[in-house]
Design a protein around this ligand. Structure first.
Ligand SMILES: Nc1ncnc2c1ncn2[C@@H]1O[C@H](COP(=O)(O)OP(=O)(O)OP(=O)(O)O)[C@@H](O)[C@H]1O
Length: 274
């Protein structure tokens, strides 16, 4: 397989796969116009496994996107550290890919070209034929074959988000960072895309951190739900382990008593901090 020969990691294997990503005593403050600093994240400690799907929930402004940006290497902690496979994250890297709520597609490129761009940037050693076949495979994976030669402004929101997801997945990142990936979609499209992303993840396991405001989405998709306290000085208030095996079926989950207990726990937490 193409990936195994050209895209293997050269990072240290001297770490435990349950400690794939380690966030230690992370503090992030931002300067204010009056010269003072506001502490946004105040001592975050979290360890994520190499195949774990994590959701982060918390009220608006508590610092979820800031945390994701630091893991992506787009911002730096004020103190504390984030390591991936034992190495400190200092800048963006191809092993961590972001999916944004706002799609972030290049409007002058077609679906196929937007996805191909990621391949050209990351998989430099692949041949032309390998690249074409990978792009086609990923376009099919997110059901966009019929729209492959369309431009972003000819696509619906759900289709644009599928392009963003295919573009993030195609380089087989070790970690997928998703900032409210389904937030802008209508309810039906959202459900379809959640199921599609979950199925892809179930088949190609990797570490995922997904920010969401939707408790049902978090329970359906993730292994653990990180509940943040309100900002400023936000911390991890509670971590809920979701005990359901994968692959998951939404209807049968929602028929279980456990589902409603988890849901209540998360909603009670959010209400307490509202
Ligand atoms: N570059 C920056 N400079 C100053 N303050 C910032 C900066 N980036 C974020 N903040 C502040 O940090 C806080 C956390 O922002 P962040 O976007 O991480 O929150 P969030 O939990 O993702 O919010 P939402 O759910 O509304 O997207 C906010 O008060 C925001 O104004």
């Amino acid at each position: 397989m193409f990936y195994s020969s050209t895209f293997t990691s050269n990072t240290s294997t001297n770490y435990n796969s349950e400690e794939f990503l380690v966030i230690e005593n992370l503090v992030k403050s931002f300067p204010q116009p009056d010269g003072s600093r506001t502490v946004i994240l105040d001592g975050i400690n979290l360890t994520i496994g190499a195949e774990e799907y994590i959701s982060v929930i918390g009220h608006s402004g508590c610092g979820k996107s800031t945390l994701l940006r630091i893991i992506a290497g787009l911002d730096k902690p004020t103190s504390g550290m984030v390591t991936l496979e034992g190495k400190e994250i200092r800048k963006p890297g191809a092993e961590r890919m972001m999916v944004f709520q706002s799609y972030a597609l290049l409007p002058w490129l077609t679906v196929r070209e937007n996805i191909r761009l990621a391949v050209d940037e990351v998989l430099k050693k692949a041949t032309r034929a390998e690249k074409v076949s990978l792009v086609n495979e990923h376009i099919a994976m997110v059901n966009l074959t019929a729209a492959a030669d369309k431009y972003p402004d000819e696509l619906s929101g759900g289709m644009k988000q599928r392009v963003g997801i295919a573009r993030a997945l195609i380089t087989r990142p070790k970690m997928l960072l998703m900032d409210e990936p389904f937030g802008a979609l209508d309810a039906l499209t959202k459900r379809k895309l959640q199921a599609q992303v979950l199925e892809i993840w179930e088949n190609h396991r990797q570490a995922v951190m997904m920010i969401t405001h939707d408790v049902d989405e978090a329970i359906y998709m993730s292994d653990r739900i990180i509940l943040m306290t309100n900002g400023p000085e936000a911390k991890i208030g509670e971590i809920i382990t979701v005990p359901f095996d994968h692959p998951r079926d939404r209807a049968s989950l929602q028929n279980s008593q456990e589902y409603y207990e988890i849901r209540k726990k998360a909603l009670d937490f959010l209400e307490h901090y509202s």
